[in-house]
Design a protein around this ligand. Structure first.
Ligand code: AMP
Length: 210
């Protein structure tokens, strides 16, 4: 199955994608995670990604396209994927269609995780990551275990100014992706507010696996 998880920053796309991989037996493909990994490697390409990310701007479509083409060529993605944070523009959605068509596949479902701007701001301000594992927590709603001994980090692009910029990009460039998929009758909307389990169950119902 090729499933797109759609939604604003901090809608829960990454968290929910990770929870669905076992069930669907396909990998999570997060372009944001791939870019952060590239940045950590210290490569020039990683630095180019970071220049956009740290300003809250979308990375140009051609650069993201290279990443996604390479990733979809890997063995673990041969039966499908859960896309998290991709596509973020109509051009990216068109490219994804053409790559999947070449592979004899198509986007099977787009789940739009709906949360208000207020929720986005609240979630982002409390979001922290364990740098050693990449595990994402929220200080209030999903705190690390009581015996957690490490130090949590805040993403550089989770600061209020950068979040505002990211949300602008979402409204101007990413929201138009929804009508693109609506025209293909692929979209199911789910309420993104609730416990992690509740939202997972809603997504499972939306894709017909519960
Ligand atoms: P995320 O981890 O999905 O919130 O993405 C973090 C940042 O990475 C975004 O604000 C963008 O700067 C960049 N990014 C991730 N995915 C994409 C994409 N599909 N297109 C353009 N930029 C992206």
């Amino acid at each position: 199955m090729d499933l797109v998880l759609f939604g604003p920053p901090a809608a829960g796309k990454g968290t929910q994608a990770a929870r669905l991989t076992d069930l669907l037996k396909v990998p999570q493909i997060s372009t944001g995670d791939m870019m952060r990994t590239e940045k950590k490697s210290g490569s020039d390409l990683g630095q180019k990604f970071a220049d956009y990310m740290e300003k809250g701007l979308l990375v140009p479509d051609e650069m993201v396209g290279e990443l996604i083409k390479k990733r979809l060529g890997q063995d673990d993605a041969k039966n499908g994927a859960i896309f998290d944070g991709y596509p973020r523009t109509v051009a990216q959605a068109e490219l994804l269609d053409s790559i999947l068509t070449e592979l004899g596949r198509k986007v099977d479902k787009v789940v739009s995780i709906e949360v208000s701007l207020e929720t986005v701001v609240e979630r982002i301000s409390g979001r922290r990551t364990d740098p050693s594992t990449g595990q994402v927590y929220h200080l209030t709603y999903n705190p690390p275990p009581v015996d957690f001994g490490g130090e949590l980090a805040q993403r550089k692009d989770d600061t209020p100014d950068v979040v505002r910029e990211r949300y602008k990009g979402y409204e101007n460039k990413t929201l138009p992706v929804l009508p693109y998929y609506e025209a293909k009758e692929l979209v199911a909307a789910v309420d993104g507010v609730g416990s992690l389990d509740e939202v997972t169950e809603r997504i499972k119902a939306a894709i017909g696996t519960s």
